[in-house]
Design a protein around this ligand. Sequence first.
Ligand SMILES: *[C@@H]1O[C@H](CO)[C@@H](O)[C@H](O)[C@H]1NC(C)=O
Ligand SMILES: *[C@@H]1O[C@H](CO)[C@@H](O)[C@H](O)[C@H]1NC(C)=O
Ligand SMILES: *[C@@H]1O[C@H](CO)[C@@H](O)[C@H](O)[C@H]1NC(C)=O
Ligand SMILES: *[C@@H]1O[C@H](CO)[C@@H](O)[C@H](O)[C@H]1NC(C)=O
Length: 464
Amino acid sequence: MGLIPPKSFIGLLFITSALFICSWFFLLRSNDRTRFVDHYLLPNSHLIAASDNRLVVENTGQSLRFGSDKKEILKVFMYDLPPEFHFGLTGWKPKGNNVWPDLREGVPHYPGGLNLQHSIEYWLTMDLLSSQHSDNLSWRSVKRVLNSSEADVIFVPFFSSISYNRFKNREKGKKKCIDSLLQDKLVSLLTSQEEWKRCGGRDHIVLAHHPNSLLDARTKLFNAMYILSDFGRYPPTLANVEKDVIAPYKHVVPTFVNDSSTFDSRPTLLYFQGAIYRKDGGAIRQELYMMIKDEKDVHFQFGTIMKGGIRQATEGMRSSKFCLCIAGDTPSSNRLFDSIASHCVPVIISDDLELPYEDVLDYSEFCIFIRGSDALKKNFLMNFMRSIKKEEWTKMWSRLQEVEKFFEYQYPSKEGDAVQMIWQAIARKAPPLRLKVNREKRYSRSEPLNQSSFQTLPLPRTFW
Ligand SMILES: *[C@@H]1O[C@H](CO)[C@@H](O)[C@H](O)[C@H]1NC(C)=O
Ligand SMILES: *[C@@H]1O[C@H](CO)[C@@H](O)[C@H](O)[C@H]1NC(C)=O
Ligand SMILES: *[C@@H]1O[C@H](CO)[C@@H](O)[C@H](O)[C@H]1NC(C)=O
Ligand SMILES: *[C@@H]1O[C@H](CO)[C@@H](O)[C@H](O)[C@H]1NC(C)=O
């Protein structure tokens, strides 16, 4: 005791205890369940973590704000397109000259059944409309602005999926179907807008979630950011991971609320129900079917989701440990999102699949990925599935319950649901987009070299 005076001993004790408590704090944090959204993105990204699970874009406005830690949300300008492009397609009738429904009076209905899978257009538009009346913007990712020069991005409210689903067939005596006519009209309307001309539509958001929607216009509007279900029917020049956003399907089986099932209480090991014979990439379904249909704890059957199929699929998925998600006509399918809602660990066999918000979400924590070539090796799939033990499965099962809200479409939208996650995915694309647009503007002042005058310039012979 002679060496250390009592006062500094108390100080030392205090410091050690403080360090001890701090280290516990860090240890606890590193076990924090909510870390599956990666906040540690690239250092020059404009994203900052506002609270757990939430990403907010900072400084997306035209001007940077110094010395202010105020979080900014994505500012979106939406064209007031005539209702025939959006809610009119769902059967909604406008009142007077109003283009938009007043959501405080009631919410328009979106056609049900399988249409709902691609209803992304409806949920995003409603969230944008309601963002105006919301006085609590604290958890919101987006705000509608009425002046396009204040906006980060421009939203094109064309409900292309329902337009395809309902109006793809030509009426007798007509040259084109309504869906095609609307697309033609949209292209000429858009390309004549000041907002479009400003940067060739690069900051425009165009929705085409159904793989066959926007079939005519997609080759003309490809500068825009597309919201898609996958890239299966798009050449990389029209759509790609860098430019565009992948959005989840809306699941058609209901969410498994209060799921108290366990590894042992789910009798089926592997579940698949769907069309077995598909074109294109779907040939693998047929081969797998032949390989594993006779395994005792496998359910692999033909079935559609219509006519009682939804109830059957709900029960089937809830009583299975793993659900097969195999490439169909296109790399993506609704089955992945139905599996997530049923807490049935997805087994994804689709080599070219792109997943929603994969830049911030690690799917390997709650999905099993198997290469198509491996899946077709003799006994590979069944041996692999049987090798996954209770503990590992239970981990993935509880992860599924943490992430399921990211795939939930609803109105009103809630914090961290699919609607907010899509806006945030768009927001993450905004800074690189602005970089591109601004770089292209560098020489816009010295533009007199237009196409015709350029051609008259004498070029040196060796130029090409
Ligand atoms: C806004 O919403 C947040 C999160 O839901 C809540 O914590 C906050 O109290 C709300 N603020 C107001 C003014 O209602
Ligand atoms: C829109 O915003 C710009 C820039 O802030 C401003 O110059 C313009 O007057 C605004 N337009 C309208 C119609 O308010
Ligand atoms: C889930 O559990 C909660 C609390 O125990 C209960 O209030 C709720 O009604 C349950 N929901 C369903 C769909 O069973
Ligand atoms: C650009 O070309 C158009 C005709 O295509 C011509 O009318 C116009 O004067 C040209 N602009 C300049 C700056 O040369």
